[in-house]
Design a protein around this ligand. Structure first.
Ligand code: ADP
Ligand code: MG
Length: 575
């Protein structure tokens, strides 16, 4: 073959491949144009998963008639004059590629009017062939219609997924932007059916509820400004995070925006997940919208063909700011939402009736506020109660504590509950006054397997930090001189080896120290199949009530289940 310059038609089709990979990328580009146009209402209508038709109507600034044919020229943009302008960019678009790319692979029409002009204009393009712009009546703003996407590129069309899958992807993109731009009213229809609408009221939580449903709206906790001492200079984070009770098996509802642009970033996704550490079961992921604002000069938006990734000048600062912001929002999570066990799905929220349910006083004896533990008052402000007061009724299978509370019947896993208590005690001691050690009268010599020895060497510092006093004695033996004072009534030798055995499998914490703390908490706790007296159970539940995150152990397993009053009434046909 000889070297030839490609025809414009071929160049257009090839370039289109980069920008418009599938219907959802068309929607994303058109949506970003409507946002850049300063719209306050954006309506999107798709048919056949966007392959048959995409129509997007906005009430933005419109395109002047004499510029309309330029809008579909490659590298023609109103958003940027020189490369240096990227440092001041306030728009989502800047490459001038989207409209020409879409025009090359579809039947495109743009009807538009600049609000201050009396007349509007219409431009139609047939798979790259543009007709002359004509004057026409039009509402202020712009309507872009895209029909028969990829009809001239059969190979591309063949690789599209089912219409319903494409529609789902489009729905996710529109929902993400709708949630991030609460001032703008978004409507999405698919095949004539309304998928969602947001109210455009400016309220972040209403937008979240509109875009993702009332469950998300109800569980969303607004991210607030960090305290001055925690603030990260140059990085401002807003948005919301859902209380851990609302979570997903996927990461698709962990949304990251940087200066209004939706991006993907593994590090920041990890920062969010880390803040939820130990609050979610393994394999579950948070629902959150994180809106990061940095100076335009501190972020490079020109690093990815679909602009879905950015590069930060100082990624660590952004990471830190996101993690702290999510942490502090989660600290305000309602503490009394529990996983529910029911015989049937339970859509209802707690009713007045449930809220008014009272433990008969004569039985409870626990309705009075408990005196604060003097230890606690010394080191922390007063710890707020993180669970309602529960009345312990008994134990099942030597493993689960049955208790009654305002919402219904609680089943508490005694091991998981104690593990949570121990974990927070260890962390609390490290963070405040320091750990209390309990010296052993006779230092204990423990022989370890080679595997245990190697994990022991790696963990000596951490074990000492959490309250052990241990050192290597050579030849696979270690000596334990002291244990954390909170560890009582267990076979130290056996538990110590279990801690090391778990750690040989790798840590589950946010750091090795955290992993060691989680493992130590787990293996020094009460176990299953252990009879407890009523007094011991009450004490345990009382301590659990005082933890910051009573609903899951350090490994993320739930500590308790709730069978609500409603469940019980339904099952006994009382309602
Ligand atoms: P870019 O967004 O990178 O500038 P596009 O190809 O997406 O490139 O759009 C080209 C130009 O068309 C934009 O710079 C803008 O001036 C104009 N435009 C596109 N869509 C709209 C719209 N919905 N409202 C107003 N102007 C628009
Ligand atoms: Mg654009």
């Amino acid at each position: 073959m000889t070297i030839q310059i490609l025809t414009n038609d071929t160049i257009g089709k090839i370039a289109a491949g980069e920008v418009v990979e599938r219907p959802s990328s068309v929607v994303k580009e058109l949506l970003e144009n409507s946002l850049d146009a300063g719209s306050s209402r954006i309506a999107i209508d798709i048919r056949g998963g966007g392959v048959d038709a995409i129509e997007i109507t906005d009430d933005g600034c419109g395109i002047p008639q004499n510029e309309l044919d330029l809008a579909i020229q490659r590298h023609a943009t109103s958003k940027l004059k020189s490369f240096d302008d990227l440092d001041r960019l306030v728009t989502l678009g800047f490459r001038g590629e989207a409209l020409p790319s879409i025009a090359a692979v579809s039947q495109l029409s743009i009807r538009t009017r600049v609000p201050s002009n009396a007349g509007g204009a219409l431009l139609e393009v047939d798979f790259g062939d543009a007709r002359p712009v004509v004057t026409t009546g039009a509402p202020a703003g712009t309507t872009v219609k895209v029909r028969d996407l990829f009809a001239n590129i059969p190979a591309r069309r063949k690789f599209l997924r089912q219409a319903s899958t494409e529609a789902g992807t489009i729905g996710r993109i529109v929902a993400a932007y709708a949630a991030a731009y609460p001032d703008i009213q978004f409507t999405l229809h698919s095949d004539g059916r309304r998928i969602f609408v947001t109210d455009g009221s400016g309220d972040l939580i209403s937008a979240a509820a509109g875009a993702f449903g009332v469950d998300v709206g109800n569980a969303a906790i607004t991210i607030e400004h960090l305290d001055p001492d925690a603030e990260v200079p140059g990085v401002n984070v807003s948005g919301w995070v859902c209380a851990p009770s609302v979570n997903r098996s996927h990461r698709q509802q962990m949304l990251l925006f940087v200066n209004g642009r939706w991006i993907q970033n593994r590090q920041l996704t990890f920062a969010i997940e880390e803040a939820y550490h130990s609050l979610l079961m393994v394999g579950r992921h948070p629902v959150a919208l994180i809106d990061i604002r940095v100076d335009a000069r501190a972020v490079d938006v020109n690093v990815h063909p679909t602009k879905s990734e950015v590069k930060f000048a100082d990624e660590r600062s952004v990471f830190r700011a996101v993690q702290r912001s999510v942490h502090s929002a989660l600290a305000r999570a309602p503490r009394d939402e529990l996983p529910r066990i029911g015989f049937s799905p339970l859509p209802e929220r707690p009713t007045e009736r449930q809220a008014g349910f009272a433990v008969p006083e004569v039985l409870s004896g626990r309705n009075e506020p408990q005196p604060e533990n003097p230890e606690e008052t010394r080191t922390t402000q007063i710890t707020p109660r993180s669970l309602p007061v529960l009345r312990v009724l008994g134990q099942v299978s030597g493993t689960y504590i049955i208790a009654e509370g305002p919402e219904g019947l609680y089943l508490i896993d005694q091991h998981a509950a104690h593990e949570r208590v121990m974990y927070e005690k260890i962390l609390g001691a490290m963070q405040s006054s320091g750990v209390d050690r309990q010296p052993l009268l006779d230092p204990m010599i423990v022989e370890l397997t080679p595997e245990e020895s190697s994990v022991f060497e790696r963990s000596i510092d951490e074990l000492n930090q959490i309250g052990f006093e241990v050192e290597s004695f050579g030849n696979g033996t270690v000596v334990i001189r002291a244990v954390p004072a909170i560890v009582v009534g267990v076979d130290i030798r056996e538990r110590f080896r279990l801690i090391l055995a778990e750690l040989t499998a790798g840590g589950v914490g946010t750091s090795w120290l955290d992993s060691v703390a989680i493992s130590a908490a787990c293996h020094t706790s009460i176990r299953a199949n252990q009879q407890l007296s009523l007094q011991e159970m009450r004490e345990l539940v009382h301590q659990l009530e005082r933890t910051r995150h009573p609903r899951a152990c350090g490994h993320g397993r739930p500590t308790m289940l709730l069978m609500s009053q409603v469940d019980l009434e339904k099952q006994f046909s009382r309602r």
